[in-house]
Every structure is written in structure tokens, then in C-alpha cells.
Design a protein around this ligand. Structure first.
Ligand SMILES: C[S@@+](CC[C@H](N)C(=O)[O-])C[C@H]1O[C@@H](n2cnc3c(N)ncnc32)[C@H](O)[C@@H]1O
Length: 374
């Protein structure tokens, strides 16, 4: 029985409800199999746990159906809604690799959309998920590469060749985005979702513009744009939670010791090389910390008042912590150190202060700080 038949079985939701809130043991699965048949029982038994973990991404997860690998690859709805908003009103958007529908749902919410995927199970799940959310949109089994010459507005979220590895090159995707971009004949606005770990040279050579998408204080993706309606532009950081954007700047000058304030920038701003906006200098040589006598509040920054700043030395740092009423600190480090060990070594009763560890070449420094509001 394929996933389409399982979804079409009128007893599916009864079987899912029979698994909700229950620890699925072999005995429970056998009783379910006796009642619903083995395949429906197996499929239904996976759904409550998948729906629960899908709530992190989809508000309507309880009505949706999933497969674990495809759920892990699915885009969070806050990100997909922002992406969909970047396409003009009223145009048909084609999602070339729709999976279980994470992005396709958002495209259908904004207007007409069609999805393709090579995997028939994913297509069945995406069809169900659209219908369950009251959305209209076609979903077909198909190869992304077959639809490129007629497409005007579209999106691709390619699969990873090695699903468990960190992607550090465009060549690790299926289908290869370079092939996709080269075959687009009449595209007006087209985007590819790639890992932000892909190097600048590869991202810049692929398309006309790149957005680094921030969500929940992480840089989630590099979104590479091409097409006749896309103007070439510098990198842009986009925070989908606040709607804030920042464009690429020249890098700020670097200093080797902290001044009155240290600010930690959000990862999307760091990745978009947009740290020149804050009238501050880069601290040390690990990107992301800025310092100045004062730094204005910004939705892109977490700011810290610097109480003490010195070469890394646990004894001195413990004394400085205690002198400022500090207890077991929060340790933040962009240098490669054992953060938990340092936290244990410095621990004691008192106010929660923050130790920022930063590097100047091989030398580390400790800044004892207090988190500022706003
Ligand atoms: C990262 S997932 C897409 C996730 C989707 N954007 C979401 O939010 O749910 C990639 C999908 O690409 C599909 N795929 C891989 N190669 C393909 C191809 N040549 N044509 C169509 N789909 C393909 C895979 O089956 C997989 O479902």
C-alpha cells in the first residue's frame, strides 16, 4: 500500500487517534495491526509524535501528515511566509521540490501555486497538508529539471546529497542549483534555498542577489535570487521575526580589547557581512562581537556592559566576577574552548553575569559583562 492509499483510508484518523498520548510498544502496534491492518497501523503510529514535533514549524500540525525525514527538511512557516511575500501578488509560483509542503503551503496562502517533487509519498503528503489547511494548489510527481524553461516565478529547496552532513558547497545538492539556474530560460523571479555555509564565491557566482534569513536567532538559509525582475544588489540580512533588514557593509575596523560595551550580532547580520551599521569596531578576530564606548540598542544586537576585560586567566576572572557580585556566569565564546568547564571553574553564588571569551589570533581574552536590556 502506498502513502496515497493510506491517506485515502477512511480509518486513518481513527487509527491516529488510537495512538495519541500512548507509548507505542510492540504489543500496542500488534493490537493496532489486528484492528487496522499492519501498514495503516505502522503509518498511523508515527503520526502523533511527528505532529507534536511539527508544532515547532506549523501551527496547524495536528491536521497535517508527515514523514520524519521530510519534516526535518521542511521550512518553518515563519520563514516560508516571508519568502512567499517576496513574490508579486497574483502570479503563479512554482515550487520545484515541495516535499511535504512546508514552502508550498505559504505560496498557496499568498495566491496560486503548484508544487512538484520526485518522491510520490511526499506529493501525497503535500496534497493532504494543503487540503487539511483549506488551501488550493496542485501538487504533482515530477522532476524539477523538466519545468525550468516555462517557469516565470519559482522556488527550489534542493535535497541534500548527504542528509546528515553539513553542506559547504553547492555541488552537494540534488538537483544541482547551478544546473537549475543555467536552464531557467524565462524566469522573472526565482529563488534557491541553500545553506548559509556555502562560501561567498559560490553564492555570488550563482545568482544576482542573496538574502541571509534569520529566525529565532539563527541564520537559517542563504536564499539566492535570479530572474529578469531581480536587480543585482549586495547581500542582505533579513530577520523574519522582526521584519528588519540590513545590507552588506565594509567590515568595521578591528580592535584587540573591549571598550565600554560589547554587542553580539545576530548570525544573519554576521553572515551578510552587515556589521558596519553599528558605529562600533569588531572585537578580536572571531566575527560577531562589536565594541565601542556606547552602542545604540538594535534588534540585531544583544548588548553587554563591560565590567572587566583582560587576558584569559581563570583566577583573575573569578576574582573580577566576585568583585562585581557575580556568581556562576553565562559563558559565551566564539573561540574554541570548553565552555562548560570554564563555567564550572568560575562558578559560585551571586548575580548572573556573562563572560565573553574572544580571540586575538591564538590569544584569548575574557570580558566580564552584564547583559543590558533592549
Ligand atoms: C529539502 S526538501 C524540500 C522541503 C520543502 N521545501 C518543505 O519546506 O517542505 C527537498 C525535496 O526535493 C526533492 N527532490 C530532489 N531532487 C528532485 C528533483 N530532481 N525534482 C523534484 N524534486 C526533487 C526531494 O524528494 C525532497 O522532497
Amino acid at each position: 500500500m502506498d502513502v496515497g492509499e493510506l491517506i485515502g483510508d477512511h480509518r486513518l484518523w481513527e487509527a491516529i487517534e488510537a495512538c495519541r498520548g500512548v507509548r507505542i510498544t510492540p504489543g500496542h502496534l500488534k493490537r493496532l495491526a489486528d484492528r487496522f491492518g499492519p501498514e495503516l497501523a505502522r503509518f498511523a503510529s508515527t503520526q502523533p509524535a511527528l505532529q507534536l514535533s511539527a508544532k515547532r514549524k506549523f501551527a496547524g500540525a495536528d491536521q497535517m501528515l508527515f514523514e520524519r525525514g521530510a519534516l526535518e527538511m521542511a521550512t518553518h512557516e515563519a520563514v516560508s511566509a516571508w519568502r512567499a511575500s517576496q513574490f508579486p501578488e497574483g502570479v503563479l509560483v512554482t515550487d520545484l521540490t515541495c516535499g511535504i509542503g512546508g514552502d508550498l503551503i505559504a505560496f498557496c496562502r499568498r495566491g496560486s501555486a503548484v508544487g512538484f517533487d520526485l518522491n510520490p509519498d511526499a506529493v501525497h503528503l503535500a496534497r493532504h497538508n494543503l487540503a487539511a489547511l483549506g488551501l488550493q494548489g496542485e501538487v504533482h510527481v515530477g522532476d524539477a529539471l523538466q519545468h525550468l524553461d516555462v517557469l516565470q516565478y519559482g522556488f527550489i529547496d534542493p535535497a541534500r546529497r548527504n542528509p546528515n552532513g553539513r553542506i559547504t558547497s553547492i555541488g552537494e545538492y540534488l538537483p544541482d542549483p547551478r544546473l537549475v539556474f543555467s536552464e531557467l530560460k524565462g524566469a522573472r523571479r526565482f529563488a534557491a534555498k541553500l545553506s548559509p555555509m556555502v562560501p561567498d564565491a559560490e553564492l555570488r557566482s550563482l545568482g544576482k542577489a542573496v538574502d541571509f534569513i534569520g529566525h529565532e536567532n539563527q541564520c537559517k538559509e542563504a536564499l539566492v535570487w535570479t530572474g529578469s525582475e531581480v536587480e543585482p544588489r549586495p547581500y542582505r540580512a533579513v530577520d523574519v521575526d522582526t521584519g528588519e533588514t540590513l545590507t552588506e557593509t565594509d567590515p568595521p575596523p578591528t580592535v584587540t580589547a573591549a571598550r565600554g560595551i560589547i554587542a553580539e550580532a545576530k548570525p544573519a547580520a554576521i553572515r551578510a557581512h552587515a556589521l558596519g551599521h553599528f558605529a562600533a569596531e569588531a572585537l578580536g578576530d572571531t566575527p560577531g562581537y562589536l565594541t565601542a564606548d556606547t552602542i545604540a540598542p538594535s534588534p540585531w544586537l544583544k548588548r553587554f556592559e563591560v565590567l572587566v576585560d583582560h587576558a584569559a586567566d581563570v583566577t583573575r576572572t573569578r576574582a573580577a566576577l566576585r568583585a562585581h557580585g557575580g556568581g556562576t556566569p553565562v559563558v559565551k565564546s566564539r573561540a574554541k574552548i570548553d565552555v562548560e568547564k570554564l563555567q564550572r571553574d568560575l562558578g559560585g553564588p551571586g548575580e548572573e553575569l556573562v563572560i565573553l571569551v574572544y580571540a586575538n589570533g591564538p590569544k584569548l581574552r575574557h570580558a566580564v559583562c552584564r547583559l543590558l536590556e533592549g
